[in-house]
Design a protein around this ligand. Structure first.
Ligand code: DAH
Length: 342
């Protein structure tokens, strides 16, 4: 009995001093002390030889010995999962794996640039809803029901509400701004618009526009020309030329379309300008007196100009993009080419 207790004391010292460095050392320890043929088991086997009156005392010694052996094993158990080696393998000098940042969409880049140019002229941004009512999208803009010019734009109507539609242009925001009644007005209205068009390289069922509106006393067509000339020079460079062609829009009188000299060929003639040297970029005109009246503004006192342009069209010109569908396909190989481009 005394011999066994001495042996246990020796093993206890061995266990206390044990500090494994590898999973293999730990496994050897497990087999030696805790295995099915290990020392702990063997010591319990000695119980038979202990006289009955000392069994209790000996049992307590055995139990704390077993507990010590198990605790030591548990303390180093994570060596088994290779954690020790993994820790040693971390190389802090390796370059970090960078998170991929997204890029701004080319439409957003060009929209922001346009906003920025007009903001420096004192325009502020106004926005309106994409689901509009008939009044703001058509009637107030001098397009009463059955007016043939309503067919210029194929409209998506909301089936549950006969008066509602997806706005076909951002001119609806003009109406909302004028109705708000604070004069003078100098706003630009960027936003998404919808038309029932067959999707192709040149048309889509949704796209983006920027509308401009300037209302004050004594605003003239000369102000319109100067403002737009400044705008295109800022956007496309000093060398660009402009020309106005008479046109028709129900909400302006007189109306015009504005062309710029082709930025690809400089006006020589190429496939982009269809060999004319000019490309159309926007519609504009003096706000029709009837529109002012519809929105509660006195046309005898106030005049103003308005213009509207498609952001996709300008972006395609600026970057020579040939297919409109690329803007909505979310192909990152296309989208990430525009980082910091403007
Ligand atoms: N709303 C027109 C369209 O979507 C564009 C436009 C033309 C807006 C002339 C205007 C304007 O403000 O004066 O085709």
């Amino acid at each position: 009995m005394e011999q066994i207790v001495q042996q246990i004391a020796a093993y206890t010292q061995e266990i206390q001093a044990f500090e494994p460095k590898t999973a293999e050392e730990l496994e050897q320890y497990r087999i030696k002390f805790l295995g099915s043929k290990g020392i702990v088991k063997a010591m319990f086997g000695e119980m038979k030889q202990v006289p009955n009156e000392r069994k209790k005392e000996f049992g307590q010694v055995l139990n704390s010995f077993k507990q010590l052996a198990e605790e030591k094993y548990a303390q180093f158990e994570e060596l088994k999962n290779g954690a020790g080696e993994a820790q040693a393998a971390v190389d802090f000098s390796l370059p970090a794996e960078l998170h991929r940042l997204g890029t701004r969409h080319p439409i957003s880049l060009v929209r922001n640039k346009i906003i920025h140019i007009f903001e420096r002229l004192g325009f502020t941004v106004a926005e309106g809803p994409e689901i509009e009512d008939d009044w703001h999208n058509f009637t107030a803009l001098n397009l009463p029901e059955n007016h043939p010019a309503r067919d210029m734009q194929d409209t998506f109507y909301i089936s549950k509400h006969p008066d509602w539609l997806l706005r076909t242009h951002t001119s609806s925001v003009q109406v909302r701004t004028m109705e708000a009644g604070k004069l003078p007005i100098r706003v630009i209205c960027p936003g998404r618009v919808y038309r029932n068009e067959t999707i192709s390289a040149r048309a889509h069922c949704f796209f983006h526009q920027v509308e401009g509106l300037y209302i004050d006393e004594n605003v003239s067509f000369a102000d319109l020309k100067q403002t737009l000339y400044h705008f295109v020079k800022e956007l496309f460079g000093e060398d660009v030329r402009i020309r106005f062609r008479p046109s028709y829009f129900p909400f302006t009188e007189p109306s015009a379309e504005m062309d710029i000299s082709c930025i690809i060929c400089g006006g020589e003639g190429c496939s982009v300008c269809k060999h004319t040297g000019w490309v159309e970029i926007l519609g504009c005109g003096m706000v029709h007196p009837k529109v002012l009246e519809n929105c509660g503004i006195d046309p005898e006192k106030y005049t103003g100009f308005a213009f509207g342009m498609g952001i996709e069209r300008i972006t395609m010109l600026k970057y020579q993009i040939k297919d409109l569908r690329l803007f909505s396909e979310n192909d990152t190989r296309f989208l990430e080419q525009f980082t910091g481009a403007i």
